[in-house]
Design a binder for this molecule. Structure first.
Ligand code: ZN
Length: 213
């Protein structure tokens, strides 16, 4: 893993990997196959990709990604692909890994985390020469993930990663912790993809028709 995980998450990965859930699920290889096209509509699976968020939910100035610019600044508010400030609130872009039952690996959300200013500054320093160590800190999830209640704050542990990799978030409780601790099924993963705009549900059920000729 490119990030430092708490022991409970490493254990969760081991347990999820041993789950036979995907052994006889013909949708899984189709889901991973970049060549797969649904015979009914031709939809392709993007495979196992991160579900990234352009900015924290409270960022009020629109998306950075489509502008192609490395930074957006409005007054004291600023947004890059990795760091964000909205008034006096400071955010870092993270990953939030979730084991997939039956798979030797995990799915990643790419949300933002709200940090105390001192931790934000320590983190930002740790990404620049001479790369002083950053020990991780407490943080709060700053995006509403599919299926979560937007009014319920999700306190997390933020852990460090290898140089050049994003830090990782591990929820302390609630439905996100449950997903990280117990793993998710392929059906839940497909619900997440659907919420993000790629609805593969019902389109992984059949092999593509053999090509004519
Ligand atoms: Zn289809």
């Amino acid at each position: 893993m490119a990030f430092n995980a708490p022991q409970w998450f490493s254990d969760a990965l081991t347990t999820a990997c041993a789950d036979p859930a995907l052994d006889h699920d013909a949708r899984w290889p189709r889901f991973l196959d970049p060549e797969y096209r649904c015979p009914c509509c031709g939809i392709a699976s993007p495979g196992l990709i991160d579900m990234a968020f352009d900015h924290p939910d409270v960022w009020p100035h629109g998306s950075l990604g489509p502008t192609g610019e490395p930074i957006m600044e409005v007054g004291i508010d600023r947004l890059t692909t990795d760091l964000c400030r909205v008034k006096e609130a400071h955010f870092v872009r993270c990953i939030l890994p979730v084991p997939i039952r039956g798979h030797d690996g995990y799915f990643c959300f790419g949300p933002w985390a709200l940090l105390a200013r001192e931790h934000f500054e320590d983190y930002a320093r740790s990404t620049m020469e001479p790369y002083p160590p950053f020990e991780g800190c407490e943080a709060v999830l700053a995006n509403t993930l599919p299926g979560a209640n937007p009014r319920e704050p999700v306190p997390c542990l933020l852990t460090t990663a290898e140089l050049g990799s994003r830090p990782a978030l591990f929820a302390h409780g609630g439905p996100i912790r449950q997903a990280q601790e117990q793993g998710i099924t392929l059906d839940t993963l497909l619900d997440i993809y659907a919420a993000a705009g790629t609805d593969l549900r019902g389109h992984l059920d059949a092999d593509p028709a053999p090509e004519a000729g």
